[in-house]
Write a protein that binds this ligand. Structure first.
Ligand code: ZN
Length: 418
């Protein structure tokens, strides 16, 4: 009996010892786990710190723009515009918000120029990533490959000028899920919760332009459309003031024509050409007109084309089409007519269009991609696609630019004779 008790007691003490050992092992495991967890946390923090260090701007924010001429003042040369009598109050630029839609070849350079000019707030929209194939353009660098364009742009721009408030949206504005957010951002994204001051379209496709057109027509938001041709040697900018000037739906977009056959551009496996030079010029024209619009100096051009082959810059004014497909456009036309009849008359008087005598248009059938050379007077402008007869008549009456030489009206008449 006592032997049995003794054996049991030994077993129990063995069991206890084993239990203790297990507990100890378990504690060690837990400690090791905790150790590695902590180690991971520290490393994560280190990565975070390094990342924030990388994007931390070199200089701190500057509370007030100064015209003081010292090497450390990034605004002295901009503020000198006041002393030169070009701009009344340059620092007003800090009150303005600009939305840039599309941060590609034109949009990225546009954003950089606005940042260097010290605009108050920039809102960037794009859903693309930086690729090595983009390196023929300005702004992005090879190590940014794979990053989203808007985030890469935000890092670079914040470093260039930390005074600019930069908001980015990494999505496609044409998606149903994002359109409302896009429109709401345009409508309330200003520095005081107001609408943005201007929207700059730097997108490369029709759908995105139509989405911007729709949002801006509904909001009565002024925007500037920009484009570069697929053969990389022409481009344009077009101011769209809903109700006052033609919207993107009012007429087929006017694009600068070149003698290059469009059919060579639209083959499968052939990408569009692009030149940093043409995109830089178009971005420059876009921002120049944005500065003139915001700071109220000089004249804002309504339509300005650029043909790189002969350095030709055609200009037009485009009136809205009373039979425009966009109901929101018609509504804005009504508002504009009621709001500013006097201004309207003044604008008609002021509609002087500087132009060369030797420009023309050609008509392109979007479906077949055929170009009617018969209508090309010389190199100049052409419509991006044809309209039906009824719309052409309206276009003649309402969309022509007013000038004393060859007008778009004359050219549209020629087009109707087809
Ligand atoms: Zn319209």
């Amino acid at each position: 009996m006592s032997r049995c008790v003794e054996e049991t007691s030994t077993t129990i003490s063995n069991l206890r010892a084993l239990q203790q050992k297990l507990d100890q092992q378990l504690n060690e495991d837990i400690n090791e786990k905790m150790y590695w967890k902590r180690k991971c946390e520290l490393l994560e923090q280190e990565v975070k710190d390094l990342k924030s260090k990388k994007t931390e701007p070199v200089r701190s924010k500057i509370a007030t723009m100064s015209s003081e001429v010292v090497d450390s003042n990034p605004y002295s040369r901009l503020m000198a515009l006041q002393r030169m009598g070009i701009v009344d109050n340059y620092q007003d630029i800090r009150n303005y918000t600009v939305a840039v839609v599309g941060v590609g070849g034109v949009g990225s350079v546009t954003s950089e120029m606005l940042t260097r000019c010290g605009v108050g707030k920039l809102i960037l929209f794009d859903y693309d990533k930086v690729e090595l194939a983009n390196m023929n353009r300005l702004f992005f660098t090879p190590e940014q490959s794979g990053l989203s364009k808007v985030e890469a742009a935000r890092d670079t721009l914040t470093n260039i000028n930390p005074d600019v408030e930069i908001h980015v949206h990494n999505y496609n504005i044409t998606h149903v899920d994002h359109f409302d957010h896009f429109m709401n951002t345009i409508g309330t994204g200003g520095l005081q919760g107001n609408s943005v001051d201007i929207v700059l379209s730097c997108v490369d496709n029709f759908e995105a332009r139509m989405a911007i057109n729709q949002a801006c027509n509904e909001l009565g938001q002024v925007w500037i459309e920009s484009g570069v041709s697929e053969n990389a040697v022409s481009g344009h900018i077009q101011l769209i003031h809903p109700g006052r000037t033609a919207c993107f739906s009012c007429a087929p977009p006017l694009i600068v024509a070149s003698k290059i056959d469009e059919k060579t551009l639209k083959r499968e496996g052939v990408c569009a050409a692009s030149l940093p030079t043409t995109m830089g010029v178009v971005a420059g024209l876009l921002v120049q007109n944005t500065l003139k619009y915001l700071l109220k100096f000089g004249e804002v051009t309504e339509y300005l084309g650029y043909n790189a082959l002969n350095d030709f810059f055609p200009q037009f004014n485009l009136k809205p089409n009373p039979t425009c497909d966009s109901n929101a456009c018609l509504k804005q036309q009504k508002i504009w007519a009621e709001k500013a009849p006097v201004q309207k008359e003044e604008e008609v008087v002021e509609e002087k269009v500087l132009h060369e005598e030797d420009w023309g248009i050609s008509v392109v059938d979007e479906e077949g991609g055929t170009t009617s050379e018969d209508l090309s007077v010389t190199e100049g402008l052409r419509l991006a696609y044809t309209m039906d007869k009824a719309n052409n008549d309206n276009l003649q009456e309402n969309l022509v630019s007013v000038d004393e030489g060859t007008s778009l009206e004359d050219l549209m008449k020629q087009m109707n004779q087809l």
